[in-house]
Design a protein around this ligand. Structure first.
Ligand code: URA
Length: 435
């Protein structure tokens, strides 16, 4: 087989076979096929999209390029949840404890990645003592005992995706739906759960900017999951503005805890309840949407979900008393209130999630390179979000800062707000569900 013939075949709009896709992926991973040929192939795929069969074959080839996590030693139904990523997204810290309190096994291995505000692992590490490096034996023991663990990824899963993603990033070929679906699903399938719930974010702060593209991506991923015999559900959710009010690692942990106590912001609480209900439903342990929803509300109200979070913190060597005493997590030195100081009353029309994310990142909460050290204490609490009314003297947001780039962060935050004299329409957080 010659790679150039496969590039020409795809360029001319024909589908590649399993043998051909396997040949390309294994050759790329072992270094026998150079970047420039794969770049050309990715561009051919961008213009001549993969069909459903090719997407499934590519996903499997990428999955098989590395280790697969074996969760068979964990009793019960294991469900994984994945978010395509957004600003203020701390749902795993709430949804994991809720689902495990309802009897589902959540065995989550997260990668670190780069991001505006740090990932789930960074958020957890703002809890004093919390360890994300847990060996495989202890990980399985923890999930068998308490039903919940969120740890760092040590296994070498999907090396093909790592190489391909880095190449796509610099060759203008990220935005191919089939390639995105295969990339995400290969990692999810390698993580070993029985069933998968995907949170596909839509909007300016998300990877998918419009609803139509996001829905097609969701459909692709659900089909790939089903063809790999994993029941897969995708919830499409609004990411036009940050999720919840807190952005920044420590602040997001506090917001997650408050949500488990029943005091979370409306949009974030609604999303967590929906995602957790879908996890319960997809597990097969709960039969109807009503039954799942009621169980989720029950484990929040009776405190058992919060206790699961405490259990996880204890098992992973953290100080679980943070749940009742937030001062145990280092606070930023300074809190700056941003006030609305105009005489005419107006409304927040838009709140650009990306700009808020950038503001928090430059305060020190995220990483631009893998080597950057995160400041867990800094961040922003948004007091006003889309639809809220502003009157003279109202506090719009509070910056938690240690002095790094404070002026620039304030500038970005002010740019993030678009104001209007009339009250705008508020979009639902849940936009659609693909089963
Ligand atoms: N996220 C991924 O993991 N892969 C993609 O291709 C795009 C987003």
């Amino acid at each position: 087989m010659r790679v150039v013939d496969l590039i020409i075949k795809k360029r001319n709009g024909f589908a590649l076979t399993k043998e051909e896709i396997d040949f390309i992926i294994s050759g790329y991973v072992d270094g026998s096929i150079p970047d420039y040929q794969i770049s050309a192939l990715m561009m051919a795929i961008y213009f001549n999209p993969l069909n459903d069969e090719e997407k499934s074959i590519l996903t499997t080839a990428m999955l098989k390029s590395g280790e697969e996590i074996d969760l068979s030693l964990i009793d019960g139904v294991k469900v994984d949840k994945h978010s395509t990523g957004g600003v203020g997204d701390k749902t795993s810290l709430v949804v994991g404890p809720i689902a495990s309190a309802a009897g589902i096994k959540i065995a989550k291995m997260s990668g670190r990645g780069l991001g505006h505000t740090g990932g789930t692992l960074d958020k957890l590490e703002s809890i004093p003592g919390f360890k994300i490096e847990v060996d495989k034996k202890d990980f399985l023991r923890q999930v068998n005992n308490i039903g919940l663990a969120i740890i760092g990824q040590t296994a070498n899963i999907t090396p093909a995706d790592k190489k391909l993603y880095a190449l796509r990033d610099v060759t203008g070929t990220i935005e191919s739906r089939g390639l995105i679906a295969a990339s995400i699903m290969s990692k999810k399938l390698a993580s070993g759960a029985d069933n998968i719930v995907l949170d596909v974010k839509v909007g300016s702060g998300a990877f998918m900017k419009n609803f139509e593209d996001a829905k097609l991506l969701a459909i692709d991923m659900v089909k790939i999951g089903s063809s790999a015999n994993r029941k897969t559900v995708a919830v499409l959710t609004n990411m036009e503005q940050p999720l919840g009010n807190a952005i920044g690692n420590r602040l997001e942990v506090i917001e997650a805890i408050e949500t488990l106590k029943g005091n979370g912001p409306k949009d974030f609480t609604e999303l967590c309840i929906k995602l957790a209900s879908e996890i319960l439903l997809v597990s097969g342990l709960y039969k109807t949407e009503e039954e799942s929803h009621n169980k989720v509300i029950e484990v929040i109200n009776n405190g058992s979900a919060l206790n699961k979070l405490k259990d996880m913190i204890k098992w992973q060597h953290g100080d679980a008393s943070v749940v009742d005493d937030y001062s145990l997590m280092n606070e930023a030195e300074e809190q700056i209130e941003l006030k609305y100081q105009e005489n005419e009353t107006c409304y927040v029309e838009q709140l650009d999630a990306l700009k808020v994310g950038e503001a928090v990142m430059i305060l020190g909460a995220g990483r631009a390179t893998k080597e950057d050290v995160i400041d867990y204490s800094v961040g922003i609490v948004l007091n006003k979000k889309v639809g809220d009314c502003l009157k003279n003297g109202d506090v719009i947001a509070i910056l938690h800062t240690n002095g790094k780039n404070t002026e620039k962060a304030i500038e970005l935050l002010l740019e993030a707000y678009t104001l209007s004299s009339s009250q705008p329409e508020i979009k639902n957080i849940i936009l659609d569900i693909v089963r």
